[in-house]
Write a protein that binds this ligand. Sequence first.
Ligand code: SIN
Ligand code: MN
Length: 213
Amino acid sequence: MEICPGAFHFRHYLSIERQRATADRCRALVDGAVPAYVPIVRGGGKMHVRMLCLGRHWNASTYQYECTRADFDGLPAPPLPPEFRALAREIADSAGMSIEPDLCILNYYDADGRMGLHQDKDEGPESIAAGIPVVSVSIGDTARFLFGGLKRRDPIEAIPLESGDAFVFGGPARLHYHGVSRITPCTAPPELALSGRFNLTFRQSDEACRALS
Ligand code: SIN
Ligand code: MN
């Protein structure tokens, strides 16, 4: 379903089998050798998610991408798994867009997880000007996702993102404000044996644009 030009919500895009495989992969990653952590942003506040960046690391104090986690433990960002990359391409294609993702931000939301209204604008001027989308996949508990316009004060639509849903925003919607106001606990499909929510957002940074040209 098209939310506005450039923004698409695909309800239940992933079958329960694909959700389970993705949930298992996410669980292993966030508790792996390079674990997810709670970033502290520029103003000094703690984020309300556990974050793990794959492919490239988003530094929460500089708002820049880098290879190692300079704002936390200095470890290298784990690679982006090829099957994740393929999934993001497939979803973008369903929205009539294309992406060669070089990074994914994997966030875990517990029952109190949330994310303030923001724009995704650190991927670089070329990627953003080209309207290359952000591709989002949700697994687990339902989130109340907020999707607004190009200005913070533009009207905001609240969209429930359920387990298996995909959301794509690119083209004219690439810089729309968005956030997560709350999670509804215990709404994940029981087959996942998951409390909380994983969200994966795939992006293509200007580094990837340059590597392709
Ligand atoms: C984000 O904006 O990075 C996360 C969105 C979501 O969790 O659905
Ligand atoms: Mn975002």
